[in-house]
Design a protein around this ligand. Structure first.
Ligand code: 3SL
Length: 250
């Protein structure tokens, strides 16, 4: 078991250096919507997800692979990118749309957080959908744990912090040690305050307001708040995300 007094939380992509994650077990939280979409895609049978840092990298990979098996997916500032097969609504990632496919995935903050965390010893993708699967995997690690909240362009996103707090709450059985790191205390405390009312708090978050303005169907927001729908555990290895629990998809 990891030393939970060392568990830390970073509040956006811009608030850490790559080296701070070396040899750690890292969890990426981007509830609205990148990590919820990755979990959904793997639960619905996508073979793998290749996270990219920008559109240039996405196009380079797309040009070098067999287009029958690959889909170009993602958003810029919340909006599906012209010419892409899918945007970033998890509800688009049905088995009909993505089963058996490999996804090249490019988002404003979430995939950047993943790319910046490549020095980690292990990396898990978390959403409320696979909360218990992530917590169980963290119970098995001896490494120090860091939860990276993707946030929005350097700002904190409340929903990402709430998921971090929920993970810490479950890992610690609701008893955070007094010598826990400040980042863990903040996430834990926010979860203690708002955890009973997750969906309504997230519905009124800054990012939800941004999505509502883009006329993204508000079903996305409630969908991303659903807890423990799957045992899928997306893990990153050599730049590619696959499901560790291949036989346990929903
Ligand atoms: O920033 C991201 O990675 C996205 O999840 C943002 S959005 O929900 O598609 O706006």
């Amino acid at each position: 078991m990891s030393d939970l007094s060392q568990l830390d939380v970073f509040f956006s992509v811009q608030t850490f250096h790559e080296e701070q994650l070396r040899d750690k077990t890292v969890v990426i939280s981007d509830v609205l919507r990148a990590t919820s979409t990755i979990v959904t895609a793997l639960a619905n049978g996508a073979q793998k997800v290749i996270p990219v840092g920008d559109m240039g990298e996405a196009s380079r990979i797309a040009q070098s692979v067999d287009s029958d098996n690959y889909l170009l997916c993602g958003e810029k500032d919340g909006i599906k990118i012209d010419g892409y097969d899918l945007g970033n609504s998890p509800l688009e990632y049905t088995s009909e749309a993505i089963s058996g496919k490999s996804l090249i995935f490019n988002t404003t903050n979430g995939t950047k957080a993943i790319k910046k965390s490549m020095s980690a010893a292990e990396l898990f993708i978390a959403s409320f959908h696979n909360l218990d699967a992530v917590v169980d995997a963290l119970r098995e690690t001896e490494n120090e744990i860091v939860i990276v909240c993707s946030g929005w362009k350097g700002r904190l996103s409340l929903e990402d912090l709430l998921l971090a707090g929920n993970i810490i709450f479950n890992l610690t059985g609701g008893q955070l040690q007094p010598d826990a790191r400040d980042g863990a205390k903040v996430a834990f405390t926010i979860y203690e305050k708002f955890g009973n009312d997750l969906e309504s708090v997230i519905f009124h978050s800054n990012h939800a307001a941004r999505l509502k303005e883009l006329v993204v169907d508000t079903q996305d927001i409630s969908y991303c708040c659903q807890i423990n729908m799957t045992r899928v555990l997306p893990v990153l290895k050599e730049g590619i995300i696959t499901n560790r629990h291949v036989k346990e998809t929903k």
